[in-house]
Design a protein around this ligand. Structure first.
Ligand SMILES: C[C@@H](O)C(=O)SC[C@H](NC(=O)CC[C@H](N)C(=O)O)C(=O)NCC(=O)O
Ligand code: NI
Length: 139
């Protein structure tokens, strides 16, 4: 068995591509427009890791999507967590969980999908309340 993708429904495909591609740094692999079903699918992946994909589903007819508590987050490993969070912050993305420990951060997509950012090579932080994280002053 092989992991293929996680599908998330988005309310605005341009806004989502601006976030996932323009800001987070994923790349668009392919897309399909389904006239009969009235939807667009866009497949994204991190450059160099095309096998782990996100499938953005955009329904042309507006829908209100509840937030299923059973869905947690999409997680990405990065070479420099501070550089990415700095870039995201300057692009207007809220850093919901700042990378104070240099290991883990969280941001949200335009549709409030949680995105976990993990520093490559860093051990996961101990499971403690974020507020107790030592603040290096940058965040
Ligand atoms: C291409 C393959 O990876 C798919 O996931 S297609 C699955 C298909 N998607 C749709 O029909 C998209 C539009 C639909 N209105 C929707 O919002 O899902 C499908 O079966 N979707 C149902 C589902 O629960 O995923
Ligand atoms: Ni799918």
């Amino acid at each position: 068995m092989k992991y293929l993708h996680t599908m998330v429904r988005v309310t605005d495909i341009d806004q989502s591509l601006d976030f996932y591609v323009g800001k987070l740094g994923l790349k668009e692999l392919r897309r399909t427009e389904n006239e009969a079903g009235r939807y667009t699918l866009v497949f994204l992946a991190a450059p160099g890791d095309e096998s782990a994909q996100v499938e953005l589903t955009f329904n042309w007819d507006p829908e209100v999507y509840g937030e299923g508590r059973n869905f947690g987050h999409l997680a990405y490993e990065v070479d420099d967590i501070y550089a990415l969070c700095d870039r995201l912050m300057k692009a207007g993305v809220t850093i919901n969980r700042p990378p104070r420990d240099g290991r883990m951060a969280f941001v949200r997509s335009p549709d409030n999908i949680s995105i976990e950012i993990l520093q490559k090579g860093a051990a996961l932080p101990p499971q403690e309340p974020w507020s107790s994280m030592p603040n290096t002053g940058k965040w």
